[in-house]
Design a protein. Structure first.
Length: 518
């Protein structure tokens, strides 16, 4: 009898140890690892999920097969304290596993996933404002380790806190040769078209996860593009069946949704995938909305046909429409149309390639960024130099990133709720917070004098403002020595009571910042 009690105690201790887990920080990743050998294809026909609860909140993320007999379920806890879990599967060896772990306070720099804030803006889960300043590095995740490290180092010293990147490489001969070529593909098989679309290549996804993790560690959002139209039938990843598209989407969600720095972009230039209709994209959006337990940001990037961004499963507008940023005023109009955050995600690229979309000068790229932010929206940069940043990452060589960093500093030091247009029906180049803060951008105009005149919203007679002249290209800020006390001019505006004007240098790319001091 005594021996039985001893053995029972030993088995009980082993059970406790088997289910014991290291603490996980808030908005970190808890990973449950299970080993099993179900019959048949491990990617097909085996369902696996786990229910996580702290007694108040409950989440049920799907699991995935990670190769070599290993299944995983990942979970991102958003509340500190004890969480319990239990697995659910149609295979007995994966079903009914129970355990618990403790979620502890987040580490420095961990603010959680991004959410919508104040209709048109963003904040992290801990309420820290997030102002997107994006860049585009489509294929960086498929480059050499050396190139990927170089990309991360470049991003560390750049203004960019969001990176648009492909989840699957476009067609290219360089991905098909060499000893390491197979890790470039998401499916088992060999290029160009000998694929088993029922079997994923876990090594490919582990490489992609490493890239997402590296971005997370430096505070950069991975705006992960699930589909793209760049095979033209040669590999076949852009001509898969709806069933394969859904399987791929759910596998991506199972692997990546627990990363706090993920945004989902359903496709790049979606209308170039000719066989998929808007209804097909609706369905894929709904798949993401249903299976992502954490509600990461969701959008889609258009080509010739613009997707209806007003649909409820779209969290923000991800637009490719170059003329929308060549002049002021359009971003504010788009905000009024969609009532969602506007990201001008492709505004052409600074560069020198032969294609017209990659020939912007640095000052034109900077100008388009300012037009975007003065309209209460957000922009994404790209640099198109042959073999360079836009496709492969590496180094930035253009002149716009430094100026974009300067703009980011201005935006982040402005109103905490973000820049919003001020009287957008009449003032195309003015943003800020009525009654408190005004940012006025003159763009390519050569203004020599600006009479102080502000829309009347939230203003009162006697308010005093100080002004600064901002040279957006030379990155200087000059304080205007005298202040301005306001008086009402008419039903629509206030002016300086002394009729003062602000003298400007009479050259392009100047801005004014007026801040209330009394």
């Amino acid at each position: 009898m005594k021996d039985r009690i001893i053995w029972a105690a030993i088995l009980w201790c082993f059970a406790i140890l088997a289910n014991a887990h290291e603490p996980v920080e808030k908005w970190g990743i808890f990973e449950l690892r299970l080993e099993a050998q179900p019959p048949g294809n491990p990617f097909v026909g085996i369902s696996l999920s786990a229910t996580f609860t702290n007694g108040t909140e409950t989440y049920s993320p799907e699991g995935f097969y990670d190769g070599n007999g290993v299944y995983k379920v990942r979970f991102m806890p958003g509340t500190e304290g004890t969480w319990t879990y239990e697995t659910l599967s149609n295979f007995a060896g994966l079903n009914g596993h129970k355990g618990e772990f403790v979620c502890v306070a987040p580490s420095a720099g961990n603010h959680g996933p991004v959410r919508i804030r104040n209709t048109y803006h963003f904040a992290y889960a801990d309420s820290t404002p997030y102002y997107p300043f994006g860049t585009t590095i489509y294929e960086w995740a498929f480059q050499s380790d050396e190139r990927k490290k170089q990309t991360i180092e470049t991003l560390k010293n750049s203004p960019f806190n969001k990176a648009r990147m492909l989840a699957v490489p476009p067609f290219g001969d360089r991905y098909q040769s060499g000893p390491d070529s197979l890790h470039h593909f998401p499916y088992e098989g060999t290029p160009p078209q000998n694929w088993d679309f029922s079997c994923f290549n876990p090594e490919f996804f582990r490489e992609l996860e490493k890239c997402v993790t590296d971005l997370q560690e430096i505070g950069v959002i991975a705006d992960l593009i699930l589909f793209r139209p760049y095979d033209h039938g040669r590999w076949g990843f852009d001509t898969m069946t709806p069933e394969c598209n859904e399987q791929f989407t759910r596998y991506m969600i199972a692997r990546f949704a627990a990363f706090r720095n993920i945004w989902w972009s359903l496709c790049n230039e979606n209308s170039f995938i000719r066989h998929l209709t808007d209804e097909d994209w609706d369905h894929l959006f709904q798949i993401v909305e249903t299976y992502d337990p954490y509600g990461h940001m969701r959008s889609i990037h258009n080509a010739g046909r613009i997707y209806d961004y007003s649909k409820p499963w779209v969290t923000h507008v991800s637009l490719q429409y170059y003329n929308a940023v060549r002049v002021p005023g359009v971003s504010a109009l788009l905000r009024d149309l969609y009532r969602k955050p506007i990201l001008q995600d492709e505004i052409n690229y600074e560069g020198n390639v032969s294609r017209r979309w990659g020939q912007l000068s640095g000052d034109e790229m900077t100008y388009r960024f300012w037009n975007t932010y003065i309209g209460g929206a957000y922009a994404t940069h790209g640099e198109a130099i042959e073999g360079g940043w836009l496709s492969n990452g590496g180094l930035l060589t253009g002149t716009s990133p430094a100026r974009i960093a300067f703009l980011r500093g201005i935006v982040e030091s402005g109103p905490a709720e973000g820049l919003n247009p001020i009287d957008q029906y009449y003032e195309l180049n003015m943003a800020g917070k009525p009654g408190e803060y005004y940012l006025i951008y003159f763009g390519k105009e050569n203004i020599r004098e600006w009479p102080v005149k502000l829309p009347d919203n939230e203003l009162e007679e006697g308010m005093v403002f100080q002004a600064e002249i901002i040279d957006t290209w030379n990155m200087t800020i000059t304080l205007v020595k005298h202040t301005f006390q306001l008086k009402k001019l008419d039903n629509y505006s206030f002016v300086d009571e002394k009729g003062q004007s602000i003298q400007l240098p009479g050259k392009p790319y100047q801005a004014l910042r007026l801040t209330r001091i009394e």
